[in-house]
Design a binder for this molecule. Structure first.
Ligand code: ADP
Length: 474
């Protein structure tokens, strides 16, 4: 019982561990994926934002350039060109029509601000909506991001403003020199809000997705553990059955040996029959262990190296002959039917003999005197079909599902007396499976049973016998 609990705990722990690993692995994948998506999204928005600033700067630059004064104090000219900009040292008129003109179509007109510097980097003019506490001297970096005192972030771009210098334009109609700098900036409030929104979605979505993954992991690991658990339980059951099966013959063997040892000298003539019992029990134990070893090896063996072509016609004839004596002794009519051509299958000959002999032994054992048993062989659709049919006691439908289980006996007392271990059909099934075939049973209580074996066969060989053979054994 404690073993059961331990194994259950073990399986539960393994399931939990599997689910945890699955969740950790998925968390890694999800976070990588999420981070990648986040970065790509933010990056593309950032690039779009910079492009917008650049194009606005370009447009402004192109429209301002021809109007700029060649030399002298630009204040007056600037006031004419930019009536909407505030000039340094003068009271500010806050109607940003210039920005409005150039940002038509951009939803928030207060998003952008503009500043003009002279070529020495001194601030000349600025739009009234520029960020609080801006620098008054030029920072020459093309792109800058900074945070204003109110916490809002800004991103700005600087480009050189060229002026038309007619005085230097000897020989050429236009000669451009640097007049100053124009700085276009914008608030990052919308961008930051969007980024925060994505961060929130990820921050909430990630744990939710992880919880779902953990639940799915728990469920999936349960599914994965199920066959292992079942096979483990079968193995446990098998071990218990083996111990049980070995215990009774061993106990009776020991009891007999003890009885022999305690036998007074005047009864020593009884020893030989008692030794015969010991021998019988020993043989039974030995055959049980051989059967168990065969079953184990059948289940472990997976290579097809030992397989060779085996003639099933020979197998059927040989076994009929072998069981003839037993059949006659039991008063049973044993017949066989094989086709006129040879049917070959790829297999292990001794295992195939064991397969059919198990079925034949059962058929004879579970058929009363006066009954009949028939073994027949056919080849149909690249399948060899072996039939072992009797008109014996039959098997009830509920039992039919279980008779192929190891150690399962329908009438356990009766079949134990007759030497059955309950492994015969389990071995037959294991051999059939190993030969890539299948075994089925059809039976009616009181009317008899039919065991059908289908095995993939090699192309039928040329005729050896020209007619169907019917061997009458009685
Ligand atoms: P056993 O060693 O007891 O014969 P098997 O695995 O060969 O074990 O068979 C399992 C059970 O199936 C048997 O106990 C028997 O009751 C039933 N059985 C097998 N073959 C036949 C048959 N031909 N007719 C009726 N019952 C059968």
């Amino acid at each position: 019982m404690s073993n059961m609990i331990n194994s259950q705990q073990l399986f539960r722990r393994s399931r939990l561990r599997l689910a945890c690993w699955y969740t950790i692995a998925m968390a890694g994948v999800l976070s990588l994926f999420g981070l990648g998506m986040y970065r790509a999204l933010v990056q593309s928005k950032w690039i779009a934002l910079e492009r917008e600033i650049e194009s606005l700067a370009g447009t402004l630059h192109d429209s301002l350039e021809p109007m700029l004064p060649a030399s002298g104090d630009p204040t007056l000219v600037l006031r004419q060109i930019f009536p909407d900009l505030c000039l340094v040292g003068y009271p500010c008129n806050s109607s940003p029509t210039l920005i409005q003109r150039h940002t038509t179509g951009i939803s928030d007109r207060h998003t952008y601000y503009i500043r003009l510097f002279d070529r020495d980097g001194n601030l000349l003019a600025f739009s009234p909506n520029q960020p609080l506490a801006p620098e008054t001297t030029l920072n020459p970096a093309t792109w800058q991001t900074f945070q204003a005192s109110d916490g809002t972030r800004y991103h700005q771009f600087i480009t050189i403003l060229h002026g038309t210098n007619a005085e230097q334009g000897i020989g050429s109609s236009h000669n451009y020199t640097s007049w100053g700098y124009i700085q276009i900036g914008r608030t990052l409030a919308a961008f930051d809000a969007e980024t925060r929104r994505i961060q929130w979605i990820l921050a909430i979505g990630f744990p939710v997705a992880l919880a779902l993954v953990a639940a799915a992991g728990w469920w999936l690991s349960g599914l994965a553990m199920q066959p292992i658990y079942q096979s483990y339980q079968q193995q446990q059951q098998f071990t218990a059955n083996v111990a049980h099966e070995l215990r009774s013959p061993l106990a009776s063997l020991l009891a007999t040996v003890e009885a022999i040892l305690r036998l007074p000298p005047n009864l020593h003539q009884n020893i030989p029959p008692m030794l015969q019992t010991v021998e019988r029990q020993g043989r039974r134990l030995s055959s049980l262990i051989t059967d168990l070893l065969l079953l184990t090896s059948l289940e472990q063996e997976s290579s097809t190296k030992t397989l060779q072509p085996c003639c099933l016609n020979d197998l059927v004839s040989d076994l009929t002959e072998e069981f003839l004596e037993l059949a006659i002794a039991s008063g049973i009519d044993l017949t066989n039917q094989v086709p006129g051509f040879e049917v070959y299958v790829f297999g292990n000959e001794s295992q195939l003999y064991r397969l059919v002999s198990n079925l034949l032994a059962n058929a004879i054992q579970y058929t009363g005197a006066g009954g009949s048993v028939e073994v027949s062989l056919k080849c149909h659709d690249r399948m060899a079909i072996l039939r072992v049919k009797d008109n014996g006691i039959g098997i009830a439908p509920v039992e039919q599902k279980r008779i192929f289980e190891r150690f399962y006996r329908v009438h356990s007392d009766r079949s134990r007396k007759t030497g059955g271990t309950g492994l015969g059909l389990a071995i037959a099934q294991a051999i059939t499976r190993r030969h890539r075939g299948h075994i089925t049973v059809k039976s009616k209580v009181g009317q008899g049973s039919l065991f059908l074996i289908h095995l993939p066969c090699i192309q039928p060989h040329p005729l050896r016998m020209t007619h169907s053979v019917n061997t009458q054994t009685r």
